[in-house]
Structure formats: structure tokens, C-alpha cells
Write a protein of this length. Structure first.
Length: 165
């Protein structure tokens, strides 16, 4: 009778190990699926920050959460564009890609320059890190005082940013 109890405990132990291996493999598989769904040119994203890594999350362009638009995926980013490296593909087809990002901004939007995140203008009024987009024009233009230019020359875009006062 003692041997059958040991046999039962051994069987339970093996079942637990199989369950743990299944969980780890499934978890890694989901990570690869998420990587395969990396943003494409034209998509917009926002970033979830955990203190170590910034993870791009899908967003609808122009909405209150969307902070960046993907404007290139060949790694040849223009001046002032943010480079974000992400893995695209699954398994042996995966590759590290350098995405080029610009602010997903329109007149009236506010951004926290420290976080590179879109923020609610009313909630961040008067904060030194909060800037408001006062105009959007073609590259090479000028910004009215006190706005400062943020030019994406490669994308022929000029954002004029002023303190959110």
C-alpha cells in the first residue's frame, strides 16, 4: 500500500512539472505573438513604462492616449524622430526592426516632455514639463514667440510648442 501512495505522489509531481512546462511554453508563445503584432508604418502608439522598459501599445491616431506615430521602419530616422527597436515576426522569421516615431500631435494637444506622453492640458496647466502644440506647419516655417520649434524635416512637419500656461 505504501508503494501505491508513492506512485500516486510521483504521478502528481509529474503532472505538476508538465503543467509548469506547459505554462512557460505557452507564455513564451504569447510573447512571440505580441512581438509579431509590432506596429506598422502609419500606426499610432503610446508607451507603458515600468521603470525598466517602455512597451509600445496600440492606439488610435489622434486620440487622447496616442503619443507617437510610426513613420518609418527602416531605421533611417530623421532629426528629432524617436527610434524604437522592436522584434517583428515569429520564430525563425523574427527580426529586430528600428521604428521611427514622431509625436502624434495636432493643434491644442499637450505633451509632457519628460515622459514623451500626451497629457490632458487642463490637468497639467502651469507645469514646467507640459508643452502645448500651438500650431502645426510645414518644415522650414517659423513659430510665433514664445513657441519653440520641433521640426521633423524628413516628414516636412513643424510643431510649434509653447508652455502650457
Amino acid at each position: 500500500m505504501g508503494k501505491s501512495l508513492l506512485g500516486k505522489l510521483g504521478g502528481i509531481g509529474i503532472a505538476i512539472i508538465v503543467a509548469i512546462v506547459f505554462y512557460v511554453v505557452r507564455d513564451k508563445g504569447e510573447e512571440k505573438i505580441e512581438q509579431a503584432k509590432a506596429p506598422d508604418v502609419g500606426d499610432c502608439v503610446y508607451f507603458e513604462k515600468d521603470g525598466l522598459n517602455d512597451e509600445a501599445k496600440d492606439a488610435t491616431c489622434g486620440d487622447a492616449k496616442s503619443s507617437h506615430k510610426v513613420v518609418g521602419d527602416d531605421g533611417s530616422c530623421g532629426t528629432n524622430e524617436t527610434t524604437y527597436k522592436v522584434t517583428k515576426g515569429v520564430g525563425s522569421d523574427d527580426e529586430l526592426v528600428s521604428l521611427c516615431l514622431v509625436l502624434d500631435a495636432k493643434k491644442g494637444d499637450c505633451f509632457d516632455i519628460n515622459e514623451e506622453a500626451k497629457v490632458v492640458c487642463a490637468d497639467t496647466k502651469g507645469q514646467p514639463s507640459s508643452l502645448k502644440v500651438v500650431s502645426v506647419a510645414k518644415a522650414g516655417g517659423k513659430c510665433a514667440n514664445p513657441a519653440q520649434p520641433l521640426e521633423y524635416e524628413k516628414r516636412n512637419t513643424l510643431l510649434c510648442l509653447a508652455p502650457n500656461a
